[in-house]
Design a protein around this ligand. Structure first.
Ligand SMILES: *[C@@H]1O[C@H](CO)[C@@H](O)[C@H](O)[C@H]1NC(C)=O
Ligand SMILES: *[C@@H]1O[C@H](CO)[C@@H](O)[C@H](O)[C@H]1NC(C)=O
Length: 216
């Protein structure tokens, strides 16, 4: 019975560690210094499309509210380079950090992004402006802790007018339109949710095993 309990405890420890690898440590590494190298490799007059939320709108949640769209724009940029390009490697490193950050933030990210939906902007930035944003993003993410919960300011009036028009038409409700608009990749989200569900499933199983071991 002693051996059983020890096995279970080890199993439990293993599962906890295996299920949450990225919560150990900071996903942001010195690799962010490669941003300036990447910037030098891309022509200054090249334009990169990005959706972002300005700092003055999102204050204490700026990093988490921008993490997803930054990842998307970098993925787009990576497509422009060949497989053996060092640029592609640099970008892959940044994407990995963003994905780990997103994983740490967890399931609340989608609802936070939806709350701020009407404040997102889409712009095409020249290379220097874009990488200034990327550098600012990673430095801010490394140096500050964010609030879990942020209240969005009211939507600008023009957006409200549009949603009212939409609501009178025989189409799905505006929130649905907006979420389908592709601001969030549903596949990635379900993946994250699946992972957390699986780890939740383990809890009753382990409890049952422990109980059995106790009886023996
Ligand atoms: C992140 O912040 C820590 C502590 O503030 C600092 O020591 C470290 O150099 C920073 N990392 C990067 C990559 O800037
Ligand atoms: C580049 O890599 C991707 C994914 O690994 C692969 O699907 C694609 O065929 C590769 N392209 C070339 C030109 O090698």
């Amino acid at each position: 019975s002693q051996i059983w309990i020890r096995t279970c405890v080890h199993l439990l420890l293993y599962i906890t560690v295996a299920a949450y690898p990225s919560e150990i440590g900071n996903p942001i590494t010195d690799d962010i210094k490669k941003i300036s190298l990447l910037k030098q490799n891309i022509p200054k007059d090249y334009k990169i499309t990005v959706q972002y939320l300005p700092k003055e709108v999102s204050s204490m949640c700026w990093v988490q509210l921008n993490v997803f769209h930054l990842e998307e724009s970098l993925k787009d940029l990576a497509q422009k380079f060949g497989n053996i390009s060092s640029n592609k490697d640099y970008i892959a490193t940044f994407i990995q950090m963003l994905q780990e950050m997103r994983y740490i933030i967890g399931n609340s990210l989608e609802s936070s992004m939806l709350e701020f939906q009407c404040h997102y902007r889409e712009e095409k930035w020249l290379t220097p402006r874009y990488f200034q944003f990327v550098e600012d993003f990673f430095n801010t993410a490394n140096s500050s802790r964010e609030d879990e919960d942020c209240e969005p300011p009211p939507c600008p009036a023009t957006i409200k007018a549009t949603t009212t028009t939409l609501a009178t038409m025989p189409t799905p409700p505006p929130t649905q339109i907006r979420s389908q608009d592709g601001s969030m990749n549903p596949r990635v989200l379900t993946e994250i949710m699946k992972k957390s569900l699986y780890s939740l499933l383990f809890i009753p199983v382990i409890a049952a095993v422990l109980l059995l071991a106790w009886k023996v």
